[in-house]
Design a protein around this ligand. Sequence first.
Ligand code: NAP
Length: 287
Amino acid sequence: MKLYGVIGDPIAHSLSPVMQGRAFDEMGIKAHYHPFHIKGQDLEIAIKGMKAIGVEGFNVTIPHKTAVIPFLDSIDPLAKAIGAVNTVIRENNRWIGYNTDGEGFTEALQAEWKENLQDEQVLMIGAGGAAKAVFYTLLSKGIHHIDICNRTMERAKKLIKDCPYKGHSTALTLTEAEEKLSQYSLIIQTTSIGMYPEVSQSPLSLEQLNPNAFVSDIIYNPFETTFLKAAKKRGAKTQNGLGMFVYQGALAFEKWTGQSPNIQRMTETVMEQLGGNVCLPENKNAF
Ligand code: NAP
């Protein structure tokens, strides 16, 4: 029996153990995926200990995604640029860190919208940790036109300035973004605004939205945020954050096992889990 897991603080809420555990079962791989509740002060010893007890690989969640980096043996260039790791694999007894959040977002977008994103005019709302992973990953794939708006402008400017991948990006205030909204073909909402329990909030007005635009919100609780509802009302196609979560997990699974899990089954597993303890829309299949 191989051992995998996720480290975080808190960790009891994590959906990864059930999602990954079932994926291992379905692929016929004898493995256990465990939620490890690790406090910040115990991080170094926990990472060493996991090597000692034979853990094959693990995910990293809040608040350890950046703090874990000094305790790994090597880090993939994209994860290094992002400055955060969410997946660790064991190779020749060395811990190698990756970031599959941005890649997970991109794969979900391609699966739910379109494959070729090169020529899209993109507006990203938010400049936090998730925004950084999404922005750096999209730029690393050659998607050049991505503007960023954020409540704190300085954070958006810094995100653009620090990015090692070339692009044509401008930092905007939320008001400037609202005024220019019709120019964008893809809008990516990465802030925590609208997340349960503050479900009535929305990061900006969609009055000027181009109805042909695609609107993605990386929140999946609720399944359909007020922001996505407003976008849909204006005729836009929409996507919630469930796909990003599932794909980042599937990418981790592939790195550990060399096998591709069934995305549909993973999605169903997460939806089953969410069904019990989150605010659900009337139509569960709305995402
Ligand atoms: P974070 O680093 O704390 O960043 C939060 C972002 O939200 C910042 O841009 C912040 O703006 C903005 N924000 C928060 N409260 C705001 C308010 N009241 N008004 C205006 N802006 C506000 O958080 P994160 O880790 O990036 O996570 C952001 C969201 O993404 C969360 O809802 C999280 O659950 C979700 N997420 C989803 C997935 C997935 O797999 N689907 C993965 C990761 C994260 P300032 O810079 O001005 O503070």
